[in-house]
Design a protein around this ligand. Structure first.
Ligand code: ZN
Length: 181
């Protein structure tokens, strides 16, 4: 499935708002092949170099349901979730979030404090896990990306005012340079 996309992995870059690929609903992954592993490896590189705690495939311009999470920043702690789905959200907590696709934007986002996530691993084996606090937050943030949702859709009125200039600058930069290639 991925191979039909003729991905040139070395050329994958983090795409920035307002790239339209960040706004598309991503497709389920049905083939657990070497190309999926290669995509994950490239995403891990980009997540580490950006010092991100998570990365979703649409953020590298690939509209597939795949997310990476890393709470500690240690490479061996990277978790890969294919086709993740969030269930049983509980509680509510607000915290500041950033996003590698929205450089310079940090906003308060209210999310469920805990949730259960079901997903598949790189071999297609299903697993599930209960997440709380930061891992739950990252998982919700990254899963949002698979549905075309960004943190700026969830921010409150004061952050809307505070980020207006930064968002405008990102929009202007996209217009002048075009999408990342
Ligand atoms: Zn993000």
């Amino acid at each position: 499935m991925l191979s039909t996309m003729k991905l040139d992995l070395k050329k994958l870059r983090i795409v920035h708002y307002p790239d339209p690929r960040l706004r598309k609903a991503s497709e389920r992954i049905t083939e657990f092949d070497g190309e999926l592993r290669a995509l994950v490896a490239r995403m891990q590189e980009l997540m580490e170099s950006g010092k991100g705690v998570g990365l979703a495939a649409p953020q590298v311009g690939v509209n597939k349901r795949l997310i990476l999470m890393n709470v500690t920043g240690r490479p061996e702690d990277t978790r890969v979730l294919v086709n993740p789905a969030i269930h049983e959200p509980h509680g509510s907590a607000e915290a500041e979030e950033g996003c590698l696709s929205l450089p310079g934007v940090n906003v308060q986002v209210r999310r469920s404090q805990s949730c259960r996530v079901t997903a598949q691993d790189l071999d297609g084996r299903p697993f599930e896990e209960v997440l709380e606090d930061l891992p739950a937050r990252i998982c919700q943030h990254e899963t949002d990306h698979l549905n075309g949702v960004l943190i700026i859709d969830r921010m409150g009125p004061s952050d809307r005012v505070a980020t207006r200039r930064t968002l405008k600058a990102l929009e202007d930069s996209y217009k002048s340079r075009g999408p990342a290639r």
